[in-house]
Every structure is written in structure tokens, then in C-alpha cells.
Design a protein. Sequence first.
Length: 112
Amino acid sequence: MIIKKLSEAPVMENAHGVDARNLYNQESAVISILSIQPGQALKRHATPVDVAFYVLEGIGIVEIGDEKMEVNKDTLIESPRDIVHCWYNESSESLRIMVIKAPKPTRKTVFG
């Protein structure tokens, strides 16, 4: 059995400038937790694999392709591979999201 605590996972350097921590990193999938503070946003990008986002805490705006919607805690959002997506935190509270990428990407994320 392997047990990992989020508080013990190191913050990863990332292009978005947010608190991002990997909890699971295998060939089959990558699971990360993002903490997006009020006023922060991710850069628009496309991931070369399917992504599932699960909102752990807070309210955020998710944009996937041409769709944009406000979502809150206990919501799952699916984002197909190679579709531009991003997150915005326009609230006054922290937004925490679990990001599941499957399988683990072998190509780089494309920004823009």
C-alpha cells in the first residue's frame, strides 16, 4: 500500500504559477491537485490526453473549447484531448481541483 499526503507533496514548477502538486504519477495516469487563488487563472492550453477535473473546494469558471461555465464543489468536468481549456477563479475563496490525465501524457501541453 502506498499512501501520500497532499501536504507532503512538493509544489511543482508550472507555467500557470499556481500551487500544483502531483499525488499519482504513473504511465497509466497522472493525478494532480491545483489550488487556484482568487484572481488567478490558468493559461489557455490543450492537453494531449483526456482530462477529468473534479472540484474539491470552491467555485470556478471552466472553459473547454467554446463552452464556459461556472462550477462548484463536488462537480466532475470532462475535457477531451487536444481541446483548449482553462480555469478562472473570480471568487473570493480558494479553488481546489483534482486533475486526472489518462494516460500519462507523452507529448507536451500546447499553450495558446
